[in-house]
Design a protein around this ligand. Structure first.
Ligand code: MN
Length: 138
């Protein structure tokens, strides 16, 4: 066994996030492992842009109150203890509630070096109008 290095916390890139978001890489497998795990901390109001994952993604909320939405569906609340799966290729966003922090573990896989598609494909930012749509209880 080995203790892995702790890469510095990264600030979420402005083209991929709205507001202040901080990412810690927990696991990044080397082939043949394709595991990817990040701890992601969203400040109130912060969220991802619309995006999709080639092999899907599972989120596990460890702290706070968050929001999540898949394209064409309602905004839903998520909170500490919730685990939310997004299937491969489904456009979605996730982030903090407007008035609360939210931290989640984001778990996904690389599609592999020969797949010819990115792990994550990024789209438009989530507008304030989309973000402020009344969330359904999650
Ligand atoms: Mn995602």
């Amino acid at each position: 066994m080995q203790f892995l290095p702790k890469p510095p916390t990264q600030k979420g890139r402005e083209e991929w996030f709205t507001g202040d978001v901080y990412l810690d890489v927990i696991a990044k497998g080397e082939e043949p492992s394709r595991i990817r795990v990040n701890a992601v901390r969203f400040t109130p109001g912060a969220r991802t842009a619309w995006h999709r994952h080639a092999v899907g993604q599972t989120l596990h909320v460890t702290d706070g109150l968050g929001l999540v939405q898949s394209r064409g569906e309602d905004v839903e609340r998520m909170r500490a203890g919730d685990t939310v799966h997004t299937p491969a290729g489904e456009w979605h966003w996730h982030g903090a509630d407007p008035e609360h922090h939210m931290t989640h573990l984001a778990m996904w896989e690389s599609p592999g070096p020969d797949a010819g598609v990115p792990e994550t494909e990024w789209g438009e930012h989530v507008t304030d109008e989309e973000y402020r749509a009344d969330p359904q209880p999650g």
